[in-house]
Design a protein around this ligand. Structure first.
Ligand code: SAH
Length: 298
């Protein structure tokens, strides 16, 4: 489900919600990719607290819940998605540790430092990648993980048609090295980054969307808004089929440093070990080349 904050391209939000309620997932991805991302995360126990931000109807949350210990809170803007999320959690006998709540990713209902893992597939763009990295960090424990999928350019240059489409839809789309640098600058350790296979778009996203469109067309015959939404989706798919070598989704896995477990080598103490008034708030380690923290330590 792309680009909700653009007034959803002028479409009615309830209509969009009604459409996506018929889909297992609302963005590119797959159970295999969810599990691959999970394989990089090594801190989880039965006591862990996990948040899935922008969980949608929760397809990936249920996969996560079946393979990871701990309690999971799925959070999404749309009450209809959360109703389906909680119904699925009950049906899968996961409701004792998986719960959906209505909320916004820019005002999280968690305490600072309480989360072991923040998950977000195809949703951080709603708040913006850099803003999400910086704001969500505070909710992670030291040593906690962030796992997010995000749209990226695969190349430095690309045809104008696809460039213009994305810059209009999501100006923060960027290359993989630039995204990794943003993760680093936001004070995380970049742990892994991998490209989602094309089947995450074709089989797991576009094909179910085409099925949902059949149901939708029968439900709203002649409705111009519904037709506009469906035409937009067909255009998105056409663009992907034409330009998939230029863009796609990447899963980024990052860890919030744990200063007690990460002593700085060398003579100079790092800001995680020594309180440093010049350091970035909450960063534990000072991003950048270290010049600033050394100057401040003098
Ligand atoms: N993670 C799901 C859904 C991705 S679509 C999947 O991979 O299938 C993006 C989701 O973000 C939608 O469900 C949308 O309702 C939600 N969303 C958009 N803006 C939001 C916000 N400000 N706070 C919480 N959720 C939001």
């Amino acid at each position: 489900m792309s680009n909700e904050n653009n007034a959803i391209h002028g479409f009615d939000v309830n209509l969009i919600c009604d459409f996506f309620l018929n889909t297992e997932r609302q963005g590119p991805g797959s159970p295999e990719v969810t599990l691959k991302a999970l394989s990089f995360i090594d801190n989880l126990t039965d006591e862990s607290l996990i948040a899935d931000l922008g969980c949608g109807t929760g397809g990936q949350t249920m996969t996560l819940a079946r393979h990871a210990p701990g309690r999971i809170t799925g959070l999404d803007f749309f009450p209809g998605f959360i109703d389906r999320f909680n119904a699925d959690a009950r049906r899968l006998h996961l409701a004792d540790r998986v719960k959906g709540v209505v909320g916004s990713m820019d005002a999280l209902p968690f305490r600072a430092g309480e989360l072991d893992l923040i998950w977000s597939e195809g949703a951080i763009y709603n708040i913006g990648f850099e803003r999400g990295l910086n704001e969500w960090r505070e909710y992670l424990k030291p040593g906690g993980y962030l796992a997010v999928s995000e749209s990226v350019w695969f190349t430095d240059e690309r045809p104008t048609e696809i460039h213009d489409f994305w810059v209009d839809a999501y100006p923060e789309i960027d290359t993989i090295p630039n995204k990794v640098a943003q993760i680093h600058r936001a004070g995380y350790l970049p742990v892994a980054a991998f490209v989602l296979p094309e089947t995450c778009w074709t089989e797991h996203y576009f094909a179910p969307l085409a099925k949902a469109r059949e149901l939708f067309a029968a439900k709203y015959p002649g409705d111009s808004t519904a037709e506009g939404l469906m035409a937009f989706q067909r255009y998105e798919e056409e663009l992907y089929r034409k330009y998939s070598e230029f863009y796609g989704y990447v899963f980024f896995i990052a860890r919030k440093p744990n200063p007690r477990r990460t002593p700085c080598p060398g003579a100079m103490p790092c800001s995680g070990a020594t309180p440093n008034p010049g350091a970035t708030p909450n960063s534990g380690l000072t991003p950048g080349d270290g010049t600033r923290s050394r100057a401040a330590d003098r």
